[in-house]
Design a protein around this ligand. Sequence first.
Ligand code: ATP
Length: 633
Amino acid sequence: MAKGEQIVCSAEEYFQERGPTVKFSHLHYFVQETRFCRKIDPEKCILKDVSGIMRPGMNAIMGATGSGKTSLLDVLAGRKDPAGLRIGSVLVDGRAVTSELRLSSAYVVQDDILMGTLTVKENLLFSANLRLNPKLYTTTDKHSRVAAIIQDLGLADCANTKIGTEFLRGVSGGERKRCSIGMELITSPSLLFLDEPTTGLDSNTANCIINLLHKLSRRGKTVIFSIHQPRYSIFKQFDHLTLMHKGEVVYAGAADYALDYFTNLGYQIDAFNNPADFFMDITNGEIIISHYLFFCTTFCSFMLLCLSTAECQNELATKYQESELCQKVLEELNHMNQRTDGEVKSHDEAAKYATSFLYQMRVVCNRTMLNILRNPQTSYAQLALNIFFAILVGLIYYQIPMTLPEALQNRYCMSGAFFFLIINMVFGNLSAVELFIKERAIFIHENSSGYYRTSVYFLSKIFADLLPNRIIPIIVFSAIAYYMMGLKPAFEAFVCFALTMCLVSLAGVSLAFLVSASVSSFAMANILIALPFVFMMVFGGYLVNLNAMLSWLSWLKWISIFRYGLDATFINELKGQLFYNNGTILPGEIFLKAQGIDYSMWGFWQNQVALLGIITVCMFLAYVQLRRINRWK
Ligand SMILES: Nc1ncnc2c1ncn2[C@@H]1O[C@H](COP(=O)(O)OP(=O)(O)OP(=O)(O)O)[C@@H](O)[C@H]1O
């Protein structure tokens, strides 16, 4: 397809490709439960011998909570850990589910995962920019496609409204859901999975969403979704119904035949009852086969009834498996399995992204910067905190004299200015632990849907966080504190001081990033970050004489951010300075020697190199941790 050929005015033309047929046979899915980090035996089987065929149209998966709807949907969409699928296979148009297939289909998660500070249109454009190949689609094409989707989903009125965050009221729940669906429709997928698209919406909005899906299905798409308790106007739009109970299929077939099927089994629907509610009542055991009613008149029969009701629920799955309906499906699946036996074992190649690394970098960095600009509280707070502490330190240690003993006491004694500065640099960056935790869900969703590479997300966050939240406030902090305290007047000395402060701060930040990428809760992150900071402070060599106590732990000073920061600041300040004591002049080097600090040129720069080393190692490990995040549902 040549570039530019995609400029289309109507959404209709985007959705012409016919959807695939999804066939799955004898799925047995197991999960390993854990308690106190220990595996509980035996494994839990959450899908038991589930088979079916879903063709282009509206395919609903219904069932009570915990019946296995989402699990089945995830297995079909290739989003569930394949290790749990012990028996059975899923074929999409006769092909096994690979990463490529996963990326070409659409998956709308239950909790809408959208960037709250961006408008509906900006979110859709973000998806278009990253998921449409720029070699095939011009910027105008992408804008046309976004406009068509906005029109098609009825989002025109709120196109320029922000989605909303916890601090900002944005679009309504229904508009949010439609925007989530739009994000997936950008690639005009022929196969669409939706996890409970109507949950949490009022009945009218739910109706609108289902109407929209119905419209898509009539254009040939295969729409597969899980749902519970649909009202009748929604239910009647289903083409195919899979009814689940405790991980087993109790009915799979045409939605409009389901009522006849259960009536044939002996269940009677009340007049005016909604068939969807009726089916749910049957699976929950609240409706019983009519001939059992006879026993209900006596207590004895009541006991019998209870037994038969419990049995009845398990029997539903057995009855379905024995039914002609199921036999037909199995026959068709057997036939297909024989034909595709060789093809199924095709290996899963790494998915290809629609856009290059640099292009992704540009788009993702733009969004991250926009997000920071529209949600600047953290950046403002960081800057304000640094200015406050700089003025505080400046006032406490205002114009430190060059006469002893105050000159040295105030500079480097345990309670001195430098220690205070370094502590502020390290602990002032605790907010960095939220970086990867806050957006974990959005990263997992977008990364596994093929928006961008992990490295792109990592680098964009690092650049976007480091500049506004770390480097700029620290330079401001250094300038205020340095000149208020009256430290060495040479400008180079100030530059070296500011550089040391930046490196100390970045070392603390990189450790926070590592923790942030490794855990998913703030509470855990706070515990994990406080521990190494306190250790580094204690074993930095200034609070405790390591040779006198715990000498076997003295090696910890080599990984102490505090030690490198303090050594560098002392050398920078004391080297070449003269101090006065009762008429005698003492060079700063004497004090450095007394402390055992190497004040040569390398002696100073080795601290910066060590800090850079800590930053590099922690950043690298943070990236590795981000890659290791479990993407399976
Ligand atoms: N990773 C897991 N570990 C333990 N149990 C699990 C896991 N995944 C699913 N289950 C269990 O499998 C069963 C089916 O879960 P599933 O989420 O598929 O149900 P559902 O029908 O979609 O429910 P709901 O409507 O509440 O979302 C539940 O009992 C659930 O607790």
